[in-house]
Design a binder for this molecule. Structure first.
Ligand code: HAM
Length: 418
């Protein structure tokens, strides 16, 4: 789990603002659910045989002896919340969320135990057009952030019946190759053989390249649906690659599954994952309701963005001040200027002017306000330019009467704008 220091948080905020704006354009509504849920919610939805539920959850008993889990993902919680509050009786829901998730995985670059997801869930919409719309929301958000080198991979996991048929032929193949499987996968053969397909064991992964493919077991209806999604993606001019081995690591998916990968992430290259989950709402006690969504991993997104997203958190003005009355006046004046949306870093050290000016330079502010006993006795504020502006010929320093606060506000607003 990592700390986000102030420079980083600023970059995160910039991404969040872009996401908020982009989701607003699509008319999505934000939802916030608790970090802690009943363990059963995840074991029922994500599946007992998945790595997430089997090995990665932070689960404990609370004081009333209830099994609780820090959420490892957002979809199950959003569905639980929509059911609990009857949102689905108000018609389809287009929701988004952002927040920390927890998985006890082996940490490495792009993989943390507390990480953040930016997710979208469409509840109550069945059409294949929705699949391509949801994919386009993820794709367009990543493009609007300026990302390049992205690859969209899609697959169809078909209907429950398709997966049942496939399960039989996969079990047969796995049993024939039993001795080559890692021990974890061997245990899953009769519990949930499909979960073996997303094993993290490299040797098993290699050998699974020969395994039968789900796509070859899909019924015509499922294949037609998948065909339609592809046509729509073409109409939207979103390039994609078919990946018949893409199964996703969570049990609730059927039909369209997709991932967006970046060529800049190394081993943890998936920046976004999602798909259709038409049976989850019913499994969690609701009516039969189709759904589709995705989640973007924010840590990975910020890794790819690197320095292309600004982390400038400099104040507009650094306030240098020294002397008993000067320090009081500076405090009062700072409050008035901040109320006018001018950001001020007020030096509260009482140290020598030279030291304060050094800090002013380091702060990144373009302007310094200066108040000392001399300025107080003359009823003035001294203003000094710290950085060169476009207009280099303008004076480097100014004096303004401290009683004319409006003049000072207008002067600073004008200078900051330029
Ligand atoms: P997921 O594929 O498990 O799907 O996670 C989505 C994304 O979260 C991944 O592609 C990755 O970027 C990020 N992520 C996952 N685990 C970690 C980690 N340990 N460290 C850093 N980033 C991570 C889901 O969670 C589904 N709920 C997505 C979804 C929404 N499907 C339908 N609706």
């Amino acid at each position: 789990m990592t700390d986000l220091l102030p420079d980083e948080v600023h970059r995160w905020n910039a991404v969040e603002n872009i996401a908020r704006k982009q989701f607003g354009l699509v008319g999505l509504k934000e939802i916030r659910t608790p970090l802690l849920e009943a363990t059963e919610l995840f074991s029922r939805s994500i599946g007992e045989a998945s790595d997430v539920v089997g090995k990665e959850m932070y689960t404990f008993f609370d004081r009333a002896d209830r099994s609780c889990t820090l959420r490892p993902e957002g979809t199950a919680s959003v569905v639980r919340s929509a059911l609990q509050h009857g949102l689905l009786s108000q018609g389809p829901q287009r929701l988004w969320y952002l927040g920390p998730m927890f998985r006890y995985e082996r940490p490495q670059a792009g993989r943390q135990r507390q990480f953040h997801q930016l997710g979208v869930e469409y509840l109550g919409l069945a059409s294949s057009r929705i699949d391509s719309e949801v994919i386009s929301i993820a794709w367009d958000l990543l493009l609007s952030l300026g990302l390049k080198g992205l690859v969209l991979e899609i697959n169809s996991l078909g209907k429950a019946e398709d997966r049942r048929n496939y399960r039989t032929c996969l079990i047969e193949w796995l049993q024939d190759n039993f001795e080559h499987l890692d021990s974890d996968s061997q245990k899953k053969i009769n519990i949930n053989p499909l979960r073996i397909l997303d094993t993290k064991n490299v040797d098993t992964q290699k050998m699974l390249k020969e395994a039968p493919l789900l796509i070859n077991n899909l019924c015509n209806e499922s294949l037609d649906r998948f065909e339609k999604v592809q046509e729509l993606l073409k109409a939207l001019e979103i390039p994609f690659k078919l990946n018949p081995r893409l199964v996703r690591g969570l049990d609730y998916y059927g039909h369209t599954a997709f991932e967006i990968l970046s060529d800049q992430l190394g081993a943890q290259s998936t920046v976004c994952g999602g798909g259709r989950y038409d049976s989850l709402i019913e499994e969690l006690g609701g009516a039969d309701t189709p759904a589709m969504g995705f989640a973007i991993g924010l840590e990975r997104l910020l890794l790819i963005l690197g320095n292309s997203i600004s982390n400038d958190i400099s104040p507009d003005v650094y306030f240098v001040n020294k002397g008993y009355q000067a320090e009081t006046n500076a405090l009062v004046l700072s409050r008035k200027l901040r109320a006018q949306n001018i950001s001020i870093e007020l030096d509260s050290s009482g140290s020598a002017f030279a030291k304060q000016f050094k800090r002013a330079d380091r702060s990144g502010a373009k302007w310094a306000l200066v108040l000392g006993d001399d300025e107080v006795s003359r009823g003035e504020v001294f203003i000094k330019r710290l950085r060169n502006s476009h207009d280099d010929k303008s004076p480097k320093q100014y004096k303004i009467s401290s009683s004319d606060i409006d003049q000072l506000i207008n002067f600073l607003k004008d200078k900051i704008k330029n």
